[in-house]
Design a protein around this ligand. Sequence first.
Ligand code: NAI
Length: 445
Amino acid sequence: MADKYLELVNSGYTKKVAKLLGLPRPPRLRRYEPGSALLPGPLLVLGASARAQQLSDELTSWGIDVRRHDAQGDKLGGILLLLDELTHPEQLGEVMLTAGGALRQLLPGGRLVSVSRPALAHDEPAVAAVRQGIDGAMRSLGREMRGGATANGVLLAEDTTVTSPSALGALRFFFSGRSAYVDGQFLTVRNDEGSLPADPERPLVGKVAVVTGAARGIGAAIARVLYRDGAQVVLVDMPAAGEALAAVANEVHGTTLQLDVTAADAGQRIIDHAVNRYGHLDLVVHNAGITRDKLLANMDQARWDSVIAVNIASQLRMNEAFLAADLPGLRVVSLASTSGIAGNRGQSNYAASKGGVIGMVRASAERFAESGGSIAAVAPGFIETEMTAKIPLGTRTVARLVLPSLMQGGLPQDVAEAIAFLGSDAAAGLNGQTLRVCGQSLVGA
Ligand code: NAI
């Protein structure tokens, strides 16, 4: 499943050959390792914001070397653009062009992150224009970055300030190696009851998390990352996957629950298992999913129905059980897919289910918030798993090398990192959103 091409063009003799031939060379991404620095070098902060000083103090307390306005020629680990006070497109040029000059100093794996506000229908046209313009500019910059550097943005909804827990949580995620395969994306944060973890290295300490479809692939990676971040993990999968499930559970010192998520009582069985074993349930990750690809003209009812049943109907039913139970602060994170955003040939059933997840998450946010909880989704693009290893080589190469800005497929760990972030208390203000983890694939926006 490893991307052999990436290894070849980045090591030894074959690296030289690839250079000589002018072959595309996907960069090695800066992925999170426990204890690693948040950024590979100093952070240059450009632009203005009401709480810029407070923000700088906070970032400094995270161990970041913060430079205001001038990097004095040093190499940079990141550039932060404070753009939330702009009211006209004519004001954007100065800070953007300054950032452009500094981009040459950005280290491999660096980060460009903007802070702005969402463009809304009731905004003054010029205000909405600059806000929407930032969206376009940042997505373009994502496509201009080199060496595995990325460009993402935080949108402050309504009167949310840049120092609210969820804004800080989103900034920390975008800076860190946890967001290695997230590129050209925006997260909208709202004022919230969220809180930053006492230990940012282990944000899920004391939490009990359930992961469905945890026997292999992305689900197993999610279980590993949640465990690494401090959670106690319950691993759910089909009885047929029992052996593989037990092996992952051993690794993460978790417990197993053999269960078909389409069962009518699946939600209640998950609650009973978690509460009986651990006394509470704090996070559910709806990861179990299947594909049954066919052009619609050749699709039979069994293919269509099974995909809808596993990928979305089961989640709707389980969520009803979770909402009906007394589970204060429960967070739910669901697996969508870029196919559900952009569509994909041969996947009308799968895209219906994954688009369904995005709709469900948006429409369930208020209900989960009533008991102090939240719900969000992650939409992965091309991820290197057993499922995608079966795709013919030509299609696979296009999907991993040509389509994403980062010129490679993502790893299961990349999806898991985003889920761990969205399942943490720092992400309470991101309720109802879907985050793409797709290396800024051309598939979709
Ligand atoms: P996978 O096929 O490797 O693993 C899925 C797991 O779910 C398996 O262990 C399977 O036994 C389990 N499962 C299936 N039906 C179940 C049921 N009814 N009850 C309980 N468990 C069940 O898949 P992969 O690649 O790890 O994908 C995980 C999730 O990520 C899925 O929801 C998939 O749609 C989504 N995704 C994957 C992408 C990729 O590129 N691999 C891209 C976008 C989304």
